[in-house]
Design a protein around this ligand. Structure first.
Ligand code: ATP
Length: 258
């Protein structure tokens, strides 16, 4: 885990261009960002603002066109493919909108599968703590189809936590869930930060989901245009109203009078 004070991840002057010439899209435009260790950071912004691109670059799933990505004290562009794969496997956990569980395996087998594939010895005490925190103890022998959507996503969160990664990236983790199950998963992500000391970065469209975070970063047109500490859903909504995107151009609206 990163030493206190050192960011868990960092982007320095990150740019990402797709295509070239007239059709080129600048998905990220010289973004500087620090992800604090032991905190829950949400990334919000209009569709196409660069949220997924930023997350994928920070997680080493995509390469920036310019700039640097640091995970702890490792700069990713200096790593070869093998080392990058190993870093993703050992130091980063992922939770996606689709739970991506294997249907023929039990919840427990799904949770331990990445470690088994990597030939890693499971840390039994840690796993027990993760399972307890996520309230999955009585569901471990169930297969995914015997679990609710919220329970399946909690299994996916447990799988991401199992290797005790330095960072967890969650891309719209509640996108497929009803509001009650969504709240449950967000509550557990929050607890993984508070009780297990994890670092979580979550992309979301939902102001209520963002309110579980310690910090919200707002993206528009490939730039970080605002940040909000200790967000409430209302405050997030109010900030989002200020950023409206028309025809790819960001229009900053005046704050509402009230
Ligand atoms: N593989 C790609 N090839 C070309 N353009 C891309 C590619 N991936 C993303 N883009 C473009 O980059 C910009 C940022 O996309 P990105 O997916 O990061 O936005 P987002 O904020 O995550 O959007 P959403 O909320 O809709 O998922 C968009 O204009 C998108 O069309």
């Amino acid at each position: 885990m990163a030493a206190s004070g050192e960011p868990a991840a960092r982007g320095v002057a990150l740019s990402k261009a797709y295509g070239s010439g007239d059709t080129a899209v600048l998905a990220l435009d010289r973004v500087d960002v620090e992800i604090d260790a032991g905190r829950f950071t949400a990334i919000m912004g209009p569709s196409g603002s660069g949220k997924s691109t930023l997350m994928h670059c920070l997680a080493g799933l995509d390469k920036p066109t310019a700039g640097e990505v640091w995970v702890g004290d490792t700069e990713l562009s200096r790593l070869g493919d093998k080392a990058l794969t190993r870093l993703r496997r050992d130091r980063i956990g992922f939770v996606f909108q689709a739970f991506n569980l294997l249907p023929t395996l039990t919840a427990e087998e799904n949770i331990t599968l990445p470690g088994d594939i990597a030939g890693r010895r499971a840390d039994g005490a840690w796993l027990a703590q993760v399972v307890e925190t996520l309230n999955l103890a009585d569901r471990l022998r169930h297969r995914p189809h015997e679990l609710s959507g919220g329970q399946q996503q909690r299994v996916a969160v447990a799988r991401a936590l199992a290797a005790r990664p330095q960072l967890i990236f969650a891309d719209e983790p509640t996108g497929n869930l009803d509001s009650r199950s969504g709240a449950e998963v967000l509550d557990f992500l929050r607890r993984s930060v508070d009780e297990l000391g994890q670092t979580v970065v979550m992309v979301t469209h939902d102001p209520n989901a963002a309110s579980y975070a310690d910090l919200v970063l707002f993206l528009a047109d490939g730039r970080i245009v605002d940040r909000l500490e200790r967000p409430t859903a209302d405050a997030v909504l109010e900030r989002m109203r200020r950023f409206d995107v028309r025809g790819g151009r960001q229009v900053t609206l005046p704050a509402p009078e009230d």
